[in-house]
Design a protein around this ligand. Sequence first.
Ligand SMILES: O=C(O)CCC(=O)C(=O)O
Length: 273
Amino acid sequence: MTSATQFERQGYLLYKEPLVSAEVITGAVAGMDQIRHGVSDTGRPPCASPWKPGDDTNKLCKIENPQFASKGIRRLLQQPAIGETIARATGAEMVQVWWVQLLYKPSTSSDTPVTTGVGWHLDWTYWQGHWVDGSELMTAWFALSDVEDDCGPMRFVDGSNHWSGLEGGDFFAQELNHEGFTVPPGEQWHETPAILPLGGMSLHHKLTLHGSGPNTSGRPRRSLAIHVRTEKSRPRGNVEGTIVADDLSGYIDDLELCPIIYGERVASAFERD
Ligand SMILES: O=C(O)CCC(=O)C(=O)O
C-alpha cells in the first residue's frame, strides 16, 4: 500500500526514522528553549499564546508560531525532507507551512491532577473559520524528543477522518474521555499511539480525531505541530465568528514565516474567498 493510500484510509501516518540531521534538530530544540524563556533571535516575538514565559511550568506549554522568534525552528521547517514526505503522502504539488505550535509537555507525577492533557478533537473545528470548505490541510507533528508510551504521545483514532458529523471536541479538555463522540454504525473506536523517536514525525488529516494523556516519563515531551496545506486550499477572507482570536490564514503571504516546503507557489491558493 502506498503512503498516500494509507494516509487517506487511516487518517494519519507515522515516520519512525529521523527525517533531518542531528544538527538541525539540536538547533530547533535550542530555539524551543529560548522561546520558552522569552528570548527571540529574530527580533520578533511569537504570536499571542495560551502559555507565556513565567506561567506555570507544570502545565502544557503551547506557544503559537515559534518560527517567528527562532532561526533554529525556521531552519527545521525548511528541510526539504519534510515537504517531500508530505507531498508523497498527499500527492500535493505544493506544500506550505501556514501555522506552527510549539508543544512542550512536562512530566508530571501520576498522582497529581492532569494539567498537560490534550482532549479529543479534530483540527478542522478550529480551522473552519479561516479556510474554505474542502481545503486540504494537515498537521506534521515533529518530535523534538523521543516519544515513548509513558510520555503522553498523541493518539489517533483510526479511520475517524471518514466519520461524518463529528462535532465538538476540546483541545484543552483534560480527560481523554470519548463518550461525547458517536461512532458511526459499522465502525470501531481503535486508537494508535504515535510512538516516535527524536526527529520522527506523524502526519494527520484535519478530520482525524486525536488527543493525548499526561507525560509520566520523567522527561519532557517536546514537539512542533506544523500545520501545512496543499495547493487545494484557499483562505477565507473574513474571520468573523471564528472561535480563535488570531487569523490563522493571515500570514501565508509571508514566505519566510510560512515557507513553501515543496513545489512552487500556486497563485490560486492565495486568493481569498
Ligand atoms: O501534542 C499533542 O498532544 C496534541 C497536538 C495536536 O492536537 C495537534 O498537533 O493537532
